[in-house]
Design a protein around this ligand. Structure first.
Ligand SMILES: Nc1nc2c(ncn2[C@@H]2O[C@H](COP(=O)(O)OP(=O)(O)OP(=O)(O)O)[C@@H](O)[C@H]2O)c(=O)[nH]1
Ligand SMILES: [Mg+2]
Length: 340
């Protein structure tokens, strides 16, 4: 991984070893960053921000990982897997699309869920285009209808992606009918571009990028071309660990889990990551540790493997389990994790 400028980001090109820049090296990268910005300003293609929205679990994060060809956002079949807004940057000769991956809107039963929904809804303001993702294999939910109504409130160009066509296309007509009915009721003239796709198989993705590049305005790149995401490294590492837990816990208690990276100790050959696994009650500690510590060890191992692939440096992940009573109701705790 290379650090570009002052941003803690992940770049398309990985370095061969760990990066531990001295202050003079950091100065050099900063000025290189400024030169890069000037070079980018001279390249006129099309560039813009695309808010990727939809209800939880429709495949928004899977789609962005597929478009970028690298994992920038964690994926699981648990609701509200994505908990922050993550920028995923696609740079091509045609220009640059800056996607905002957002938490999936879901019926909220407390401050935590409500904050995530608010975060997702606010992403649309200021975007050059909106990409609403629907699950073509399942009938519409109230949240899908809610998004359609939201998109009709202003005239931002939009694409509606009917995802998961590899497992079903039975509800495509009913989604189109739903849009038409709401549009008639609201006397709305906005015409979305409908695209059928499978984020998992890659079907429909070239048509999607072609449409989006035509929707965003002409202009220089917004980010240096080798940057994939500016999502902070510590948040990304915490998400990777959370994903490994989601893979193993399924419906058991994923929503009561939060991960916080305390420290990253970097040497040339290895990064040691000290992370806290927060649960809400003492009775949940045993579940995340597992019998004889098996679950904890397996999460550590899987996270180390994936972080090595992402950053190109050997990783040691050390997990500490702590109880933070009812953290989902604690505004300051949510703020610390970037969830409020
Ligand atoms: N069959 C199939 N499964 C998919 C497809 N896209 C995503 N999935 C699966 O759907 C589940 C949810 O995917 P995510 O990408 O995490 O969904 P999301 O919309 O980002 O979810 P939130 O972050 O909770 O809003 C995962 O199990 C994915 O593997 C697809 O095109 N086909
Ligand atoms: Mg997601």
């Amino acid at each position: 991984m290379v650090e570009c400028g002052g941003l803690e980001n992940r770049c398309a090109r990985k370095s061969t070893g760990g990066s531990n820049p001295s202050s003079s090296a950091t100065q050099t990268t900063r000025s290189a960053y400024c030169i890069k910005m000037e070079e980018n300003a001279l390249k006129i293609g099309r560039s813009g921000i695309v808010a990727v929205v939809g209800r939880t679990n429709v495949g928004k994060s899977t789609l962005l990982n597929a478009l970028l060809g690298e994992k920038v956002s964690i994926v699981s079949d648990t609701v509200q897997t994505t908990r922050n807004i993550i920028r995923a940057i696609l740079t091509e000769d045609r220009g640059q699309l800056v996607f905002l991956d957002t938490p999936g809107v879901h019926k909220a039963d407390g401050d935590f869920g409500r904050n995530l929904n608010k975060m997702a809804r606010s992403s649309v303001g200021g975007a050059d285009a909106v990409l609403l993702v629907l699950d073509a294999s399942k009938k519409s939910w109230q949240e899908d209808e809610g998004w359609m109504r939201r998109l009709m409130k202003d005239d931002t160009p939009c694409v509606i992606l009917l995802n998961k066509t590899d497992i079903g296309t039975g509800f495509i007509a009913s989604y189109k009918e739903l849009w038409a009915n709401i549009a008639a009721e609201k006397n709305c003239a906005l015409k979305p571009v409908w695209i059928e796709a499978s984020a998992l198989k890659g079907d429909g993705l070239p048509a999607l990028t072609k449409t989006l590049f035509l929707m965003v305005p002409e202009g220089p790149h917004l980010f240096p071309e080798e940057i994939l995401t500016d999502y902070p490294r510590k948040l990304n590492m915490a998400d990777v660990i959370r994903e490994k837990y989601f893979d193993r816990l399924h419906d058991e208690l994923p929503h009561c889990l939060a991960i916080w990276i305390e420290e990253i100790e970097e040497t040339q050959s290895k990064w040691t990551i000290q992370a806290v696994v927060y649960v809400e009650r003492h009775s949940q500690k045993g579940i995340v540790i597992g019998e004889k510590g098996r679950l904890l060890k397996s999460v550590q191992y899987q996270a180390e493997k994936e972080l090595f692939e992402m950053y190109g440096v050997k990783m040691k992940v050390k997990l500490w389990v702590k109880v933070e009573k009812n953290w989902r109701k604690n505004f300051f705790f949510l703020k610390k994790l970037g969830y409020a």
